[in-house]
Write a protein that binds this ligand. Structure first.
Ligand code: 5CA
Length: 438
């Protein structure tokens, strides 16, 4: 992609409405623009990152055996009257009347809809287990939408819902999601700590939040430092027993401020880390809370109708964009982990219009792209300083700087955005190095 054609409205100044660094950088890097309070437009750079994150989430959900569906954003209020949540959910739910004066709503979550799909389409325990998920927009009329996409009113969520015949099997479904979450966040270069949580309006007896540590996080957290260094499970057999993995991760002290136990914490002493964190995922096991009132029954092995055991599993996909920036930036801008970067490589043409520089850039662009990497080439007619600043701001992992002096000698400069390390290399060496690094 050539930057002269790409829609990238960067800002030099810090927008006054942004209180935290990720919000500032997302606006400055031209990733998003606010439409109205808590509702955002995603511009091309932001959309690319959002989709990369969604694809990692999707891949790990599929690996864990969940199947993707798409449910409507606008739901019928009738279902929520059946589950009893229509009145309980309160002013966070955006209620709408259609032209026939029927109660509709913009879904803040989808337990009712998915339970409705299930009850009309699954009849026997033999069809279980099932885990259905979607990656879709939600609306919650938050009292104080703030921090950009971190606490929006409209936001992108991955929500999965599991259905099982008994408690033991539904616990297994819960464990599958628990392990998939550890892997999902690690693939984005994040350290996410699972913490026992309250289930709130979703309900249920068992619940964990996944918290990414970042100075600007909304929640105060305390956790055993082992959790920060623990490698996530590899080559997981999702059919096998996952309880040992879950037990291992939950055996270390980890709590949010509300749950913090100073006595237990004192015993851990120097091993305890106190930090701030961002909730990027939340999983719930709630058994028959929805299947009972909504009559989501199947025929059990004994021939009797029985309500299924359910859990639901959320990931804040759009919030993750902000969380990743909170955890990966410096004074100059964003530093994307390669797995979610909008482009892998940025080429800076220091002298657009100079035939030798233009040719070198075109050759590099083509060769790097052929090796399967996404490239953004700054071919704008701008000062070098502007190009350097914008490239640092948008945070692509690698920069290739092409100037007339270097090109005359047959070399270009390769810069690693994270470390700042620079080296002069031949064009061929740059292409090889980038391909190996990716
Ligand atoms: N039905 C369950 C699981 S599917 C549920 O709705 N869980 S939740 O309320 O905890 O939301 C799941 C995740 O969505 C949260 O962990 C958080 O990362 C994200 N999220 C929640 N509210 C917002 C918001 N206002 N803005 C951005 N992300 C949000």
């Amino acid at each position: 992609m050539r930057l002269s054609r790409f829609f990238l409205p960067t800002l030099k100044e810090n927008p006054s409405e942004a209180q935290i660094v990720s919000h500032r950088l997302m606006l400055r890097a031209g990733m998003v623009r606010q439409h109205t309070a808590g509702i955002y437009n995603w511009l091309p750079l932001g959309t690319r990152v959002l989709q990369n994150i969604a694809n990692i989430v999707r891949d790990e959900q599929n690996c864990a055996g969940a199947q993707e569906i798409i449910m409507p954003t606008i739901q019928s209020g009738e279902l929520w009257k059946e589950s009893g949540r229509y009145d309980d959910y309160g002013p966070e739910m955006l209620r709408i009347k259609d032209r026939h004066d029927r109660d509709m709503l913009y879904g803040p979550t989808h337990e009712e809809v998915v339970t409705d799909i299930f009850r009309y389409n699954v009849k026997s325990y033999r069809e279980l287990p099932k885990n259905l998920y979607q990656i879709h927009w939600k609306f919650r009329d938050e009292v104080r939408p703030r921090f950009g996409v971190m606490r929006g009113r409209e936001f992108l969520m991955k929500d999965a819902y599991s259905f099982d015949i008994d408690y033991e099997r539904s616990k297994h479904a819960y464990n599958q999601m628990f392990v998939a979450y550890l892997r999902t966040f690690a693939r984005m270069g994040l350290k996410a700590i699972p913490m026992k949580a309250d289930s709130g309006p979703i309900g249920g007896d068992l619940s964990h939040e996944f918290i990414v540590l970042a100075e600007t996080g909304e929640s105060a957290v305390f956790c055993h430092k082992t959790l920060l260094e623990k490698p996530v499970p590899e080559n997981v057999n999702y059919e096998g027993d996952l309880q040992p993995i879950v037990d291992d991760w939950t055996s270390y002290y980890a709590a949010t401020e509300e749950k913090h136990d100073p006595v237990a914490a004192a015993q851990i002493g120097g091993e305890l880390v106190s930090a701030r964190g961002i909730e990027v995922g939340h999983i719930f096991h709630f058994g028959k809370k929805y299947s009972d009132p909504m009559k989501a029954n199947v025929i059990g092995p004994d021939g009797n109708q029985t309500a299924v055991f359910m859990g639901s599993y959320g990931i804040g996909v759009s919030r993750l964009v902000g969380a990743i920036i909170e955890a990966n930036h410096d004074d100059a801008g964003i530093i994307w982990p390669a797995s979610v970067a909008p482009f892998h490589v940025g080429i800076i043409n220091l002298k657009t219009g100079d035939t030798a520089c233009d040719d070198a850039c075109a050759k590099l662009h083509k060769a790097i792209k052929l090796n399967g990497l996404d490239v953004l080439c700054d071919d704008r007619d701008e000062r070098a300083g502007v190009k350097f600043a914008d490239m640092d701001l948008i945070g692509l992992p690698w920069q290739v700087i092409v100037g007339p002096k270097g090109v005359a000698k047959g070399v270009v400069e390769l810069k690693n955005r994270r470390t700042g390390a620079r080296e002069e290399l031949s064009m061929d060496a740059v292409i090889t190095k980038l391909t190996v690094a990716a």
